[in-house]
Design a protein around this ligand. Structure first.
Ligand code: AP5
Ligand code: MG
Length: 218
């Protein structure tokens, strides 16, 4: 099964991807997490991506498309989290999936900017695994150390200035994908109210993908 998560920064894509992976075995393919891992490991890709990411700009299409293409070779299905983010990326993914005869569903996370800021400013992440917490909505463990012993961090691009810029970038470069996927000849597009609690959003997504209630089985 191939699923694309589309929505602004802080909409809850990573949170829901991790739940679907854990409960239903979908494979989360988060380009943001992949880039952050490369940065931690000091690879060429990580060095290249660093300045774009800290400013809240997108990493160039050709680099991201090559990374995803390589990953897809070994995956029979994926939950795309944070990819595609531009029309050229979407066209490239269509080509790759079409060649493999793989239809997909797009889940659009619908949430306003006020809530996004609140979610991003209170977010804590495990830099090794990408696991996400929130000071109020999904509190991290005491001492902000994850169960695997990794100290949680706040992302550089969750600072107010970078958040503002990421929202601008989303409006200009990623929002056009809503119309792109709205074309019925492409994948099925399902809009989800992402202002609801994590559990309620999970239920709606699970239902849209034809799974049993995700939250109830946790
Ligand atoms: P990426 O890591 O993809 O960031 P993003 O799209 O900006 O999304 P976020 O991870 O910030 O938000 P999310 O929707 O995953 O929300 P989360 O679940 O964490 O990309 C980072 C950078 O990498 C980009 O800026 C770019 O530079 C580069 N990049 C990546 N992909 C690229 C691409 N394809 N092309 C080019 N460049 C690329 O939730 C947020 C917070 O809210 C958490 O604290 C969570 O606990 C909380 N929360 C979640 N859901 C709920 C809920 N329902 N109720 C209450 N709180 C909630
Ligand atoms: Mg994320």
């Amino acid at each position: 099964m191939d699923v694309i998560f589309l929505g602004p920064p802080g909409a809850g894509k990573g949170t829901q991807a991790q739940i679907l992976e854990k409960i239903h075995g979908l494979h989360q393919l988060s380009t943001g997490d992949m880039l952050r891992k490369n940065r931690m490991e000091g690879t060429e890709l990580g060095k290249l991506a660093q300045s774009y990411m800290d400013r809240g700009d997108l990493v160039p299409d050709d680099i991201i498309i090559a990374v995803v293409e390589k990953e897809l070779e070994r995956l029979p299905g994926a939950l795309f989290d944070g990819f595609p983010r531009t029309v050229p990326q979407a066209e490239a993914l269509d080509k790759l999936l079409h060649r493999k005869n793989r239809p997909y569903t797009v889940i659009l996370f619908d949430v306003g900017e006020h809530l996004i800021r609140e979610r991003l400013i209170g977010r804590w992440v495990n830099p090794k695994t990408g696991r996400v917490f929130h000071e109020r909505f999904s509190p991290p463990p005491d001492g902000k150390i994850d169960t695997d012993g990794t100290p949680l961090i706040q992302r550089e691009d969750d600072k107010p200035e970078a958040v503002r810029h990421r929202l601008d970038v989303y409006r200009k470069q990623t929002e056009p994908l809503i119309a792109y996927y709205g074309d019925a000849r492409r994948g099925r597009l399902v809009k989800v109210d992402a202002t609801e609690s994590v559990e309620n959003v999970s239920k709606v997504i699970a239902h849209a993908l034809g799974f049993q209630d995700v939250a109830a089985t946790q």
